[in-house]
Each structure stands twice: as C-alpha cells, then as structure tokens.
Design a protein around this ligand. Structure first.
Ligand code: F6R
Length: 367
C-alpha cells in the first residue's frame, strides 16, 4: 500500500527513521552488544575470542554497506577487514587464513552469487559465518552459523534504500560488539551506542531537506554523465549515491575518492557533467576544497552535501545542501538520505519507472 506516496521508493526512503529504530530496538541497551546476534550463544562467545579477521561478501548496495564497515572495523578494532563482491569471491582462490569471521550482507538473503560464495567458504576453512540479512526465513539466514537481522520490513522498490541504512546500523552494532572484546574500548563503545539512539531523529531532519534537494535535482535531467566524490568512509556512500542515480535515472554516474580526481577523471569535467560531493567532515573538507577548485576552474558545476557549520559558501557553480552537525560515527548513514532523494527526484523528473527500473530485478536469484 503506497498510502500518501507516489512510489514505493519514496515511501521506503521516508520509512527509514522507523526502520532504523526497529533495527536498534532492544539492542542499543545490551551490555554485550554481541547478544543481538542470533545463533548458539556459547559458540558465539568462543568465536568472538578467536576472531583474527573479518571477510565481508555481498553484491550491489549491500557491498557498499560492507565497504563502509571496513572503515569502521579497521579504525576502531585491531581486526583487518576485507570486502569483496560475491561474484568475484566465489570464482577466485583465497589463501588459507585462520580465524576468519565471514560476514555476508543481503537484503533478500536469496542472491545467487552471495549464496554460492557462502557455499564456497563452507567447503574451505573458516571460523564462523554470520549473515546480516533482512529476511528471517531466507536461504542465507538458514545456511549461516549466526545472523544479525536488519528490521527494515519488506522493501518493494527495486532500488535499495532502507535496507542499506539498516545494514549500516547492523554493521555498526557488529563493529561495537567487536570493540567490546577489548576492555580498553569500553568507553568509546558506550559513546557510539548512545550516539546511535540519536539516529532516527537525525534522519528525520535530513528528510526535511527534500524540497531543496528536489529543486537541485532539476539540473540533472538533461545530463548524461555525473561524478560522485567522497573521501574515507564517505567514499562508499558516494559509490552508493552513484549506483542509485544510474539505476533509476539511467544517467551514467561514477564514484571516485576525491583524491583520485587528478589521476584521470578530471579530464572529463566540463559544464555538462555535474559533480556531486559528500563532504561533511571539516578535516576532509579542507582537502576536498582544492579538488573542488580544480573542478570549478574547468567549468564543472558542483553539488555539495556539507555540514551546516562547514566553512564554505554558495557561489557560482557551487550549490550546497547543509546537513546538521552530528557525531562522526553517524555521518555515512545520515548523508545517504539526501543522495537517495536526489536520485529519486531526478528519476521522477525524467519519467522513468522508479520502482521497477528497466532490466533489473529485485532479487537476483540466478547467476
Ligand atoms: C541496488 C540493489 C542491488 C542489490 C543487490 C544485492 O539498489 O538493490 O544492487 O543490493 O542485488 O541484493 P541483496 O542485498 O538482496 O543480496
């Protein structure tokens, strides 16, 4: 039921405060956050003692949430974390490693490549398998040792929105659970848990930017190419923003870590290629500013999502959407929302079939 909404995608974008609240519910108050993972608790305790590294496997949007988690896990714990798309992982040899926690991420739990990668893992040596999944009775949930469920509710729009942000929430809970293995991290873990409680309200606030994002999106209607820039954990968010635009508006969009601009893609920049940049953090913003100047001096037009206190002003060819200041750990999750809205409005202006984009299926159960 669409209710007041024109498309399921828009409805699902607006359901994110509730979907995130449901995914956090009963979990942020746990003493040991790992207790939100289902499966044999004794075995889980043992696994948590023995983890030496994390291997994440997923496809598409779920792959992007995994890439974001790599930044969290490697900056907040001592565990190395690798992330790979399932279609590559399943056909490649991996050197034998000890103590690998294998994490699959999937909205549907039925993606053929992700399931096949899990089967491959199980025929080799691994410590344990954990799935982050939105469908309780799915194949991935059944085939994994442990599950950390997202509670997004059914997602109908082909372009994934609330599944992605709830995956990020689940991955942050997993990161916190991994941090709690070391008592030296206890305080920081508690701060992160308390920050997560603010997330639904912050998402609500970012949804209020909808009208200005819609106005901004008009500039994309007649474009054929675009570039999405981010640094650090905002790079995977830029990748996800680019994927959304491609999928539903059919505009070619490519994401780059901003520092790579001068190593090639700068050659593409002209007035016909809009550049979207996610630049919340002031430390990275300083670095990004020189990239932005490189773009502007070549006639490029910039669409910037930045902190409302950021030291940068609107000027010719720089358009800015301001997002409230927030704890660093929440930034990738909240900044996803304006990018979803941007793609949505571009697609609606272009008149594409937003909920069922051409050539795509909701669940890719064949190779
Ligand atoms: C993009 C999208 C796809 C899925 C991918 C994996 O909006 O929805 O890229 O993310 O097909 O699907 P799941 O998460 O069900 O394994």
């Amino acid at each position: 039921d669409l209710g007041e909404y024109r498309h399921f995608m828009l409805k699902e974008i607006y359901e994110q405060p509730a979907a995130i609240q449901n995914t956090l519910s009963g979990r942020v108050d746990l003493e040991n956050v790992r207790d939100c993972i289902s499966g044999n608790p004794q075995k889980l305790a043992q696994v948590f003692d023995e983890i030496k590294e994390v291997q994440i496997i997923a496809c598409g949007t779920s792959f992007h949430s995994g890439l974001t988690a790599k930044y969290w896990i490697e900056s907040l714990t001592d565990l190395p974390c690798q992330v790979e798309v399932a279609s590559e992982y399943r056909y490649r040899r991996q050197p034998k490693r000890d103590g690998v926690l294998v994490v699959t991420i999937s909205q549907s739990g039925e993606t053929a490549d992700t399931l096949a990668a899990l089967e491959k893992v199980k025929s080799e040596s691994y410590l344990a398998t954990l799935t982050i999944c939105n469908v309780p009775e799915s194949s991935l949930t059944r085939e994994s040792d442990f599950a950390l469920m997202t509670v997004a509710g059914p997602e109908i729009g082909v372009a994934s929105t609330k599944a992605f942000t709830t995956q990020l929430v689940a991955l942050q809970l997993l990161t916190i659970a991994l941090m709690q293995r070391d008592s030296a991290n206890a305080e920081k873990a508690t701060v992160m848990l308390n920050n997560l409680k603010r997330l639904p309200a912050l998402i609500e606030q970012s949804l209020q930017k909808d009208a200005s994002i819609k106005a901004m999106s008009e500039a994309f209607i007649d474009k054929h190419h675009s570039l999405f820039l981010g640094r650090g954990e905002l790079y995977p968010i830029a990748m996800e923003g680019a994927l959304k635009l491609k999928e539903i508006s059919y505009i070619h969009a490519e994401a780059y870590p901003a520092g790579e601009l001068k190593h090639g893609p700068l050659a593409l920049v002209d007035a016909d290629m809009p550049i979207v940049a996610v630049a919340p953090n002031t430390r990275l913003l300083e670095k990004l500013k020189s990239n932005l100047e490189e773009v502007r001096s070549r006639g490029g037009v910039l669409y910037l999502f930045a902190d409302e206190n950021a030291d940068i002003a609107e000027q010719e060819n720089i358009h800015i959407i301001r997002v409230p200041e927030m704890p660093e750990s929440l930034v990738p999750i909240v900044y996803t929302i304006p990018l979803q809205l941007l793609s949505y409005h571009v697609a609606v202006f272009k008149g594409t079939d937003v909920d069922k984009p051409r050539n795509l299926a909701k669940s890719v159960t064949v190779e």
